[in-house]
Design a protein around this ligand. Sequence first.
Ligand code: C2E
Ligand code: MG
Ligand code: MG
Length: 578
Amino acid sequence: MRTLRRKDTATLLAECEARYRALMELVPDAVWIHSGGRIVALNGAAQRLFGADSAAVLLGSEADARVPPGCRAQLEQGLYGDLALAQLQPRRAVQLLRLDGAAVDVEYFGCRLWFEHGEAVMCVARDPGERRHGTHDALTGLPNRALFLDRLAHAIRRAERRKERLAVVFLNLDKFKQVNDTLGHAAGDELLRLVAATLRGSVRDFDTVARLAGDEFVLLLDSPLAGITPGMIAERIGEQLARPVLLAGQEHVITGSMGLSLYPDDGTQAESLLRQADIAMCRAKEAGRNGFQFFTPEMQQRVDARVTLEQGLMRALQRDEFVLHYQPQVDLASGKVIGLEALLRWQSPDLGLVPPLQFIPVAEESNLIVAIGSWVLDKVCATLRAWIDAGVPVVPVAVNVAAAQFAQQDMEAMVRETLQRHALEPGLIELELTESIPLVDPEASIALMHRLKAIGITMSIDDFGTGYSNLSYLKRFPVDKLKIDQSFTRGVASDPEDRSIVTAVIRLAHSLGLRAIAEGVETERQVRLLARQGCDEIQGYYFSRPLAEDGIVAMLRSGAALELPPGGIGGQHVRMAG
Ligand code: C2E
Ligand code: MG
Ligand code: MG
């Protein structure tokens, strides 16, 4: 107390100033003070944050120049309380501008105070370098999902007060996977960085650009300017993206699909706006990529219907609501039924009998198809076992296999185990694969096909001609049959092109030592033409629709056969045996 009294006011003030200086330099946060619109004091962290070589560059400069115009109001918000109380603003995520014009994301708050007889504002910003971790994407430096949602939530609250609108743009690159797979991950990373820069360059500084994951980017278009619609901005982004880029030494044209959702039109919650923009983006992809779509309630209904369907399918498995119908396959040489195809139906308590095309695609996307596929094989084996035990003259049954099932590690074990459980001869089971299945990972698929073949089952290629047939692979597939797709069968009697395709497929099958079966045969004319081309088997409404178990058992017992005219229907079949 005594020492204190001995010091004069000037010394005390000098000490106070030194303490405050030391404190300002010690804190890791950027601190600066502006008064009368000019920066009047700052610490080293602020100098680094703004990218200034020395404090002198910033001292006396305009404080507003360090803030993107759209963020200024946000910085002032809550600042004008009682000056004497030095109330701190709540922290907020804002952007500041470096001297080189780059925007930096910071956590910011400020308070009002007196500075050299004038009213001033002290600003504190947390250096992004210190806490970037957790809020930013390391590859592009853009805000991540968490920070985006935080910003969006803030923007929504502000827009609510000001009666403004906001737009969320969800962008997904078209064919990014292709770039990664063909040019390598380094090129993929480079592309993502280029896209990040392009997006930043296509919007205003205070708009947020974030990277959610992979090639998913999202933009928050804040307080839209009069006359410039989000649609115009999306269009501009599309144009900028489509400019050629240099990747791995070559020019590439990259496009993206975008979905837009609007506040308050589509919703008032950050999460739901983001989800809606995502849904709209998926629709833009479906609509042929390289474009954008605005979210509509109808899109949501479709998504909801899908979710309901998925849940329905899950319950269908648990409650045993699936049933199999069987369609006969007839040998054109003998007229006899030599096989059946098992076709799945869903006997839904709410929807009635649902055909597979209404639920298989959904089951495939949700991977439920793996469980459903196992159920089908088990059911077919159990049914065959029961028929054999009851003395029904059985024929082999073909089971459709989805791509996802074929990609399962334990596919072979599953088939083997199911056959054993029902003590069934493997020759009674045929697997129908589509052309696209073996092409996902050709070598692995061919190896699996050989292992399945070794068990003793047969295989066919379904819907042949509709996929991308790679003939060099086809040669290596250990399959027994090609199934000519019904779209070609339909035209065989009327469309010369279809007839040529059918003829070519039959020849191809025979030259590879395989049998050819035409699907969807409905008329006698089709039967005659197919027979004349040397087609081995037919399947279709002409002989029989798919039948429920009772019907097919009756047919097998009765020995029903296709009535062939005397001397056969097609004349000589020229076949090169394999
Ligand atoms: P797919 O394997 O090509 O089956 C042939 C489809 O053509 C069946 O339709 C059958 O009822 C229909 N069809 C047969 N003959 C004729 C005809 O003369 N005219 C016409 N217009 N159509 C005929 P379905 O039963 O609706 O099955 C459609 C598709 O659903 C199947 O095509 C198959 O890809 C898939 N699918 C059916 N069951 C299963 C299954 O158990 N697992 C998997 N993964 N897919 C299945
Ligand atoms: Mg089939
Ligand atoms: Mg088919």
